[in-house]
Design a protein around this ligand. Structure first.
Ligand SMILES: [Zn+2]
Length: 235
């Protein structure tokens, strides 16, 4: 899950905070900041990308228009997460935790929990996957409308082919093409996993996907004070 920074509440030209009459009015600001990607499954979407409330708006009406409660999500992640009220600390969140350390993306687009996490962190990670249904496949949950697993698998295969082509023709143009393809397909975490040994491609991917928290990629955690992401304690 890509660690993201939605930035400060958008302001008007006179620096006053923009008031959203409806939460849907925040959509373009969120897309400008985070790109057209689901904040949970990382799918690239355009028309059907919705403003997502981290804490659901029905049980928390005071947060319905709160910028800090907004992310972007696809129909599947949004509907599976649903309207149940939640404690934020029971889950990991891409806008507040270093989620790049929580999940491992593997061949076939499979998402697994980082086994270097301690037992409590693995429990939180498991609950996060359950909340969003991110481990669903036709085998364990035959929901025909949920194509996230398949799109993630396609992204993995695409990234693998790109890596093979790069091995036979390593040029600047090829590297730029790979990042352009990744931006169009989405699934930043998948591309980062496939190109984990190529620091140049990883840096390009971090720069190319809007709102990616660069400091979460720093294993020495030399973060500036404004970075909101909490590191996961690798034991
Ligand atoms: Zn999604």
């Amino acid at each position: 899950m890509r660690p993201i920074d939605r930035g400060a509440h958008p302001v008007n030209l006179d620096n006053t905070p923009i008031v959203f009459p409806e939460y849907s009015h925040a959509r373009q600001f969120l897309i400008d900041q985070l790109g057209e990607y689901c904040s949970y499954c990382e799918m690239h979407l355009d028309a059907s990308l919705a403003v997502e409330h981290v804490k659901p708006k029905n049980p928390n009406p005071h947060l319905a228009l709160a910028w800090d409660n907004f992310l972007l999500s696809c129909t599947n992640c949004n509907s599976i997460k649903g309207d149940q009220d939640i404690n934020l600390s029971d889950y990991y969140w891409p806008d507040s935790d270093n989620t790049s350390q929580v999940f491992c993306y593997q061949r076939g687009g499979v998402i697994q929990i980082n086994l270097a996490l301690n037992a409590n962190e693995q429990l939180i990670a498991t609950k996060t996957l359950e909340l969003t249904g991110l481990t669903r496949t036709p085998i364990n949950n035959p929901t025909a409308s949920d194509r996230r697993w398949n799109n993630r698998r396609e992204a993995w295969d695409m990234a693998e082919r790109a890596r093979q082509r790069l091995l036979s023709a390593d040029t600047q143009e090829m590297r730029e093409q790979i990042v352009d393809t990744a931006r169009a397909k989405g699934y930043w975490s998948v591309w980062m996993a496939v190109f984990a040994d190529d620091a140049d491609i990883c840096n390009r991917l971090i720069d190319a996907f809007p709102g990616t928290c660069r400091f979460c990629q720093d294993t020495h955690f030399t973060k500036p004070s404004y970075c909101m992401h909490k590191d996961i304690c690798i034991s």
